[in-house]
Design a protein around this ligand. Structure first.
Ligand code: NZQ
Ligand code: ZN
Length: 386
């Protein structure tokens, strides 16, 4: 097992009604709050009204309209408000997009130049405003991790800043807030959770048995409950299990003792940077193709273990079990209503070359991933998804 440090400073408040702690918790940081949110779902669901009631004694400024696959333009807007109004704390109400933009704003507020510089050179991040979160969609794990993924439409880049300064101080996770999610967002979120665990499970070093067993438990949870959240949107048991699965999947617990670069995410990030598709949709299409592409005599044991432990595949032949596992993943994503091909998601083959080059350039794909991938390999994976 590799050496590791594990320190996650986010205070999680999980369950019904936990939002009531907001006034007390936010007042630890000051009175001036920047409330950030997306395209308006929080107004339809009533969460906005509840937050405003709770913050009646605070000075609240708003940044709305943060887009899925959040753009650097929204970050710039938020940074300007923080600097202009002397904001004390940011409250992000929403999903990964709102949280990620808010993380970027929190450090942009202390940087004198353009916040995009911080994506290019993380050493420029010296300080960040405190960030609190009210989570309304479970998918990214951003509520308890230190990453923020931001897109730049001009340069067609979608890149991550990751530094311990970006952990939220507080995340309120009330599974009832997930009841209003459209089926497609619940499904895309489930795929994202599954993919996060798989990225950490399929790594060059496979000696961290305890981490692998925990990972299998989280993946089994997703397989057990994802469809239920779509068929019964207000099933509390299903929503609460999925919500905690999303947090655990990417709060670093499932990567301890392991190591290496991720495989499918860097490829998907390029696709969503070029075509602005939903992150989980891109992962649902690319993951089975990646699995098929990297399955070989060296990798078959791990794939067979995955198939047996997560999907209950019984075949005694490792290669056969591994192949059945890939079919199970494909079928699982399809059962959630996810598209199976890039063309169904509106992605044509015109940019395969450029996207493959960008995926390799901006990641550890060719150096540190489970099976090292060069540009041609990524192109071949795209071809399998056409
Ligand atoms: O914008 P609004 O109107 O709020 O609607 C949102 C949005 O359209 C809607 N929604 C959210 N909660 C809802 C709701 N609709 C009804 N009821 C609710 N309770 O759902 C849509 C998607 O929201 P978004 O925040 O974009 O989803 P998600 O949490 O999946 O975030 C995706 C972004 O996070 C990045 C992705 O690449 C993508 O940009 N990621 C962030 C990571 C991280 N920080 O660790 C890791 C991930 O791998 C990922 O890359
Ligand atoms: Zn993801």
């Amino acid at each position: 097992m590799n050496n590791f440090d594990f320190h996650v400073p986010t205070d999680i408040r999980f369950g019904k009604g936990q939002i009531e702690c907001l006034p007390e918790e936010l007042s630890k940081y000051g009175k001036k709050v920047l409330l950030t949110y997306g395209g308006g779902s929080i107004k339809k669901t009533g969460i906005y009204d509840r937050v405003m009631e709770l913050l009646k004694d605070f000075e609240v400024y708003e940044l709305s309209g943060i887009e899925p696959n959040p753009k650097i333009t929204s970050v710039r807007e938020g940074v300007a408000i923080c600097k202009d109004k002397g904001i004390d704390v940011i409250l992000a109400v929403g999903g990964g997009s709102t949280i990620d933009a808010s993380k970027h704003i929190s450090c942009g507020a202390f940087y004198p130049g353009d916040p995009w510089d911080l994506v290019k050179d993380r050493s420029l991040v010296k300080k960040a405003l405190p960030l609190a979160v009210v989570l309304t969609i479970c998918a990214t794990g951003s509520e308890m991790n230190s990453g923020a993924v931001i897109s730049n439409e001009e340069t067609k880049e979608k890149l991550e800043i990751n530094t311990p300064l970006l952990y939220p101080k507080l995340s309120i996770c009330d599974p009832k807030y997930l009841y209003t999610l459209p089926a497609r967002q619940s499904a895309a979120g489930a795929v994202d959770i599954m993919s996060h665990v798989m990225e950490q499970y399929f790594q060059p070093n496979d000696e961290a048995y305890i981490t692998d067993v925990l990972s299998e438990g989280v993946m089994k949870t997703v397989v057990k409950y994802a469809l239920k959240t779509i068929n019964e949107p207000d099933n509390y048991e299903a929503r609460s299990n999925m919500m905690w699965a999303s947090t655990v999947a990417l709060n670093h617990l499932l990567t301890v003792g392991k190591g290496g670069a991720w495989s499918v995410h860097p490829i998907e990030h390029v696709v969503s940077a070029f075509y602005d598709i939903t992150h989980g949709v891109g992962l649902a299409i690319l993951t089975p193709a990646w699995m098929k592409y990297v399955l070989n005599e060296n990798t078959k044991l791990r794939f067979a273990r995955f198939a047996r432990e997560v999907f209950g595949v019984e075949d005694v032949d490792d290669m056969e079990a591994a192949k059945q596992g890939i079919e199970e993943v494909k079928y699982f994503f399809k059962s959630l209503g996810m598209p199976q091909t890039l063309s169904e998601a509106g992605v044509d083959s015109k940019q395969f070359d450029k996207m493959a080059a960008e995926a390799v350039r901006t990641s550890g794909l060719s150096k540190r991933s489970y099976v090292k991938l060069e540009e041609d390999d990524v192109k071949n994976i795209f071809e399998l998804c056409k």
